[in-house]
Ligand binder design. Structure first.
Ligand code: NI
Length: 203
């Protein structure tokens, strides 16, 4: 396995529409899955898409750890922890028109955070690393993470989903000026793909 370099916003690979995976068991796909997992471990994030490591295949890996459940949506719909999941050729179907705004960060947009509207309830499907079908309903933070990661496979970064660009900010500035974001903090819980977004030393 290898720790891979993570592309940052501006690199054209992040704008690609990734190709479907025909054979999840193919050695190059299995190697990619292992490398994405190791890269995610190293970066300390909660999700990573293949395009972020310069591999334009429809593969994402994510998890919702127990200690991030309280990062639930503004409506407090936290849900249950989700173990690390490899999702290949994902398809997302919104289960309602309800949209909530929450904070997101991204390992490809290091040090920043913004408020992003996402569907609050979705069904997603695909196959796992063994080619077995996955079909889950998700809400709250879980649904947000999946939408964020799958957007990467269509060349979409979270700032492209934002409707209020005034909320885009460097985490370190807010940390140094906590009053700056207080009005939003009351309404929008914290969501970061990358733990580094919450780590002042790394930001
Ligand atoms: Ni991201």
């Amino acid at each position: 396995m290898s720790i891979l370099k993570i592309a940052r916003m501006g690199h054209p690979v992040l704008r690609l529409s990734a190709a479907p995976v025909d054979d999840p068991g193919a050695p190059e796909i299995q190697r990619l899955i292992a490398d994405i997992g190791e890269t995610l471990d190293d970066a300390g994030g909660i999700g990573l898409a293949a395009t972020q490591v310069y591999a334009p295949w429809r593969v994402v890996i994510f998890e919702v750890p127990d200690d991030r459940l309280d990062d639930g949506e503004a409506d407090g719909e936290g849900g249950a922890p989700v173990p690390r999941t490899v999702l290949i050729n994902p398809v997302i179907e919104p289960l309602s028109d309800d949209v909530a705004v929450g904070w997101e960060g991204c390992l490809s947009v290091p040090g920043m955070r913004g408020a992003v509207p996402r569907f609050t309830r979705i069904r997603y499907s695909g196959v796992n690393e063994s080619g077995e079908p996955i079909s889950r309903e998700a809400s709250g933070f879980h649904a947000r993470v999946v939408q964020h990661e799958c957007d990467h496979l269509d060349g979409i970064l979270y700032p492209m989903r934002m409707t209020d660009m005034s909320t885009l900010h460097f985490v370190s500035e807010v940390r140094h000026n906590p009053g700056l974001r207080e009005p939003l903090e009351d309404e929008i819980e914290d969501h970061g793909e990358g733990e580094e977004a919450l780590d002042e030393d790394a930001a």
